[in-house]
Design a protein around this ligand. Structure first.
Ligand code: UT7
Length: 322
């Protein structure tokens, strides 16, 4: 039986961290460091300079993941890239990344759009490709320049997000690395978190900036994340006690702590980057995963529960042994 396994991780954050006080001053916001830290846990975020696109951030993250896996770009036969802030309407950011990496082997490359659940969707997709035998070695990427779709007059959303990219190399293996994945969506809730604009003749039409009903999203997230955690643990035939780490989507420390509590995991077993990265949407889980590996928190043989929730609404989880 073919399994898939993570063999390398990498990530990239553009520029210097911007702290709450500097952001508030720069954008002229009626807000405070105290409010942002207390309600969200966010202290700093990174913002990509003008002209830097999602594929640029992904390129650095992927090079680092390839190096960690001991692989060359042309060893990769599949790229699944999750983003809500692609370089263009088309071509896909995945094919731009493929070109920038110098991959010329004709492998498959495509974007996937599930907003903040994007990396979980991408991981589940690549896992299924590999387990089917059709592909052997994938780059699974989350890359976002969310700063481009923020309304800098809206203090309720613009302080929450940041830019960045994370990537893993996922390879066919005889032993399981990805034990189980679970994906869900419920389009009835699509209006509570949306960028309700579209592109026509190359021009944005309508409202091309992020709009969110924060409280509705908060309640929905707490509920479905607890449910999907239980589901993926059961699907893997495992128990809560076998989970060493929780690596959740990094949106709000209070949501993350609520999930950890339901899993009986102490706070020190939750990988937290939201304080330094803000919410980087599809990039937040692979960024946190890479940081956990490189800092020596998550070690070979340990098991992590990854989970995310985002616009659509979409949500999902994956149970992974490194
Ligand atoms: O990645 C996708 C998933 N997204 C999320 O998970 C986000 C989920 N939601 C949240 O994290 C929280 O709902 C927020 C952090 C967005 C907001 O926190 P909250 O505790 O739900 O605050 P609220 O929206 O109820 O607002 C409370 C007050 C309001 O003022 P009034 O009406 O009580 O006078 C807001 O206008 O806080 C005000 N407020 C702010 N004050 C200072 C909203 N944003 C700010 C701000 N600074 N940046």
């Amino acid at each position: 039986m073919i399994h898939s396994r993570i063999t390398g991780t990498g990530s990239y954050l553009p520029g210097d961290p911007v702290d709450n006080t500097a952001l508030i001053a720069d954008k002229g916001l009626d807000s405070s460091d105290e409010w942002i830290v207390e309600r969200t846990g966010i202290r700093t975020r990174h913002l990509a300079p003008a002209g830097v696109a999602a594929s640029d951030l992904a390129l650095v993250a992927c090079r680092r993941a390839l190096e960690a896996a001991g692989r060359q770009p042309n060893d990769i036969d599949l790229i699944v890239l999750a983003t809500s802030t692609p370089d263009f309407v088309f071509p896909s950011t995945a094919t731009i990344l493929q070109d920038k990496l110098g991959i010329t082997n004709g492998g498959a490359a495509f974007d996937l759009q599930a907003v903040c659940s994007g990396f979980i969707y991408a991981l589940a997709t690549a896992d299924k490709f590999i387990r089917s035998g059709s592909h052997k070695r994938a780059l699974v990427v989350g890359s976002e320049v969310f700063s481009r779709i923020l309304d800098w007059q809206d203090r309720g959303t613009c302080v929450l997000f940041g830019d960045g990219a994370g990537a893993i190399v996922l390879e066919a293996s005889e032993t399981p690395g990805i034990h189980a994945t679970a994906l869900h969506a419920d389009g009835r809730h699509r209006d509570i978190l949306a960028v309700p604009g579209h592109v026509c003749g190359g021009q944005p039409i309508g409202d091309p900036l992020l709009r969110m009903d924060g409280q509705a999203v908060f309640k929905f997230a707490v509920k479905v994340l607890a449910e999907v955690a239980e589901e993926v643990i059961a699907a893997a035939g495992m128990t809560k006690e076998q989970i060493d780490w929780l690596i959740p989507h990094q949106a709000n420390i209070r949501i993350m702590q609520s999930t950890a509590k339901k899993l009986h995991l102490p706070p020190e077993k939750v990988v937290v980057t939201v304080d330094r990265h803000g919410n980087t949407s599809a990039a937040s889980i692979p960024l946190a995963f890479d940081e956990a590996v490189r800092s020596g928190q998550l070690r070979a043989g340990e098991t992590a529960l990854l989970e995310g929730v985002g616009g659509g609404f979409t949500w999902g989880a994956a149970l992974v042994t490194l």
